[in-house]
Design a protein around this ligand. Structure first.
Ligand SMILES: Nc1nc2c(ncn2[C@@H]2O[C@H](COP(=O)(O)OP(=O)(O)OP(=O)(O)O)[C@@H](O)[C@H]2O)c(=O)[nH]1
Ligand SMILES: C=C(OP(=O)(O)O)C(=O)O
Length: 232
């Protein structure tokens, strides 16, 4: 199955506010753009992806991400992340009513196309499915198969919200757990995706950035973070 992946991005001046202590407000917008560029480039390169749609009102980011192959949709609702995602998903379905749609965060600088393909392939049997983030609290990916509404519930403790909404957790998560996505190395074997660390490693804080750099980030983030000393 070939997915249309919707990637939301805040205006860069406001993005990644939790990175300010590590990066300062000077570097923060450049890092937010670099994360989005590496996320989009890896998604465009993913064999299970047909189209990438970025929903953003940031003119510069829209231009840079379109140059990588993304279609750019304005954040017309202007009412936060979930409204932006629902709007973009509706736009996709108005042109391709049977398109399988996935929402993916823009802050996955270590994303690898092959790992994303394994996660998307594992989602195919389910009307809705999601992948928890590396911390085990949030969500990095939510899918809706043909004929199913996306119904995004991102923000804060969205792992529990997506599970409560009936979406199937990928990566072997146990119903009722809220802790780190820990048992996944073994439990992930159930759906064949393994731990899929590059799809889970979102970057909100300096510690997250350190973890992503250890996994191996894409070229935009490597350049933007060069010389950055991340405080403990
Ligand atoms: N288009 C759009 N994207 C959003 C909006 N809010 C958040 N996002 C994006 O959704 C993803 C997760 O967002 P957040 O964690 O809320 O924001 P962030 O900029 O990543 O980080 P913080 O500022 O530290 O909260 C990121 O890709 C954001 O750029 C919104 O209102 N509109
Ligand atoms: C919006 C989310 O991500 P973040 O960790 O960036 O807040 C989320 O996990 O639902």
């Amino acid at each position: 199955m070939q997915w249309t992946v919707v990637i939301p991005l805040k205006p860069l001046e406001r993005a990644k506010s939790r990175l300010a202590p590590a990066a300062g407000d000077g570097l923060r917008p450049a890092l937010a753009l670099a994360f989005a560029q590496d996320t989009v480039a890896a998604t465009v390169a993913c064999p299970s992806v047909r189209d990438v749609v970025v929903v953003t009102d940031d003119v510069r980011a829209g231009r840079e991400l379109a140059a990588l192959g993304a279609h750019v949709v304005p954040d017309a609702p202007g009412d936060g992340l979930n409204a932006a995602l629902a709007h973009a998903a509706r736009q996709v379905r108005s042109r391709h009513p049977e398109a399988p749609v996935a929402a993916l965060n823009a802050d996955l600088p270590a994303l690898r196309p092959g790992e994303l393909a394994r996660v998307l392939d594992a989602a195919v049997p389910f009307p809705r499915a999601f992948l928890p983030d590396a911390a085990g609290i949030g969500t990095t990916l939510l899918t809706a198969g043909p004929g199913t509404e996306l119904r995004p519930r991102f923000g804060g403790p969205s792992r529990a919200r997506h599970r409560d909404s009936g979406a199937v957790e990928l990566g072997g998560g146990q119903a009722g757990t809220t802790g780190p996505a820990d048992a996944d190395a073994t439990a992930g074997a159930a759906d064949g995706i393994g731990y899929a660390g590059s799809v889970r490693q979102d970057v909100d804080t300096g510690d997250d950035l350190r973890a992503a750099l250890a996994l191996g980030v894409g070229p935009h983030t490597a350049a933007a973070a060069a010389g950055l000393l991340i405080p403990d």
